[in-house]
Design a binder for this molecule. Structure first.
Ligand code: ZN
Length: 238
């Protein structure tokens, strides 16, 4: 097992690609292990183009979206697990939350990423946050010995939503993804049902790269991804 382990939980099967493909690729390039959980395929609400096909069915859309997500994860070096809970609405059951907690106990992530807790445009993203937070707490307990199987507490951050200001998202971490940006573009290109988002998220990475340059003065940062910490990080010193 790699020393550093990243778990990304997305409500829909393409969410990890737009928001955090760069961080995943970089994490793996640096010797870490990355696991992506897609709670649904976004088959109803985030597969618009596929529904233009005459005679399209939900089952076929799910199969296409599964292949696309697997291909995207492969570009980044991540494993993909699909929960297939359905979307719009995402139906989070106790059983599914237990399954996610069990995955966390086995994988013991050092970092967990998911959606912010608010999204006025999407019913599923906040559900994914609540489920992930609950599973993480059922995994890590209260930081003391517990009466259930635990894994060490992980860092916990949320990735950037589509409209950050309206989701209460204030970035506290920028990650330089310049060296792996080609991999992010390759992963985004696999998401053929949402091609319109490719240029949007390439531009976003450029804007965040500009912000990261400003913060650090590092002129070689071209692209970056933004995150918001949910729990503080603990450092030896400043
Ligand atoms: Zn989504």
């Amino acid at each position: 097992m790699a020393e550093k382990r990243l778990l990304v939980v997305g409500a829909h099967s393409a969410d990890f690609v737009w928001r955090t493909a760069g961080v995943i690729a970089k994490f793996v390039a640096q010797g870490g292990e990355a696991q992506v959980v897609a709670l649904s395929y976004g088959e109803r609400g985030e597969s618009g183009v596929l529904w233009e096909e005459p005679g399209q069915t939900e089952e076929k859309v799910k199969q296409i979206r599964h292949r696309e997500a697997e291909a995207a994860a492969a570009h980044l070096g991540a494993n993909l697990t699909a929960f297939d809970l359905g979307d719009y609405p995402l139906r989070v059951t106790e059983e599914a939350t237990d399954k996610l907690a069990e995955l966390m106990r086995d994988f013991a992530p050092t970092v967990v990423l998911t959606h912010p807790d608010t999204d006025p445009f999407n019913p599923d993203h906040p559900e994914a946050f609540r489920m992930t937070q609950r599973a993480r707490l059922m995994t890590s307990g209260a930081g003391v010995e517990s009466g259930f199987r635990t894994a060490p507490p992980s860092e916990f951050l949320v990735f950037e939503p589509h409209q950050p200001e309206l989701c209460g998202f204030v970035p506290s971490v920028f990650v330089d993804i310049t060296s792996v940006f080609a991999q992010k573009q390759a992963a985004m290109a696999e998401m053929k049902a949402q091609q319109y988002l490719q240029s949007y998220y390439a531009e976003r990475a450029g804007h965040r790269g500009n912000h990261a340059r400003k913060v650090t003065g590092a002129k070689d940062i071209r692209e970056a991804e933004a995150f918001m910490r949910i729990v503080p990080n603990v450092a030896e010193s400043l």
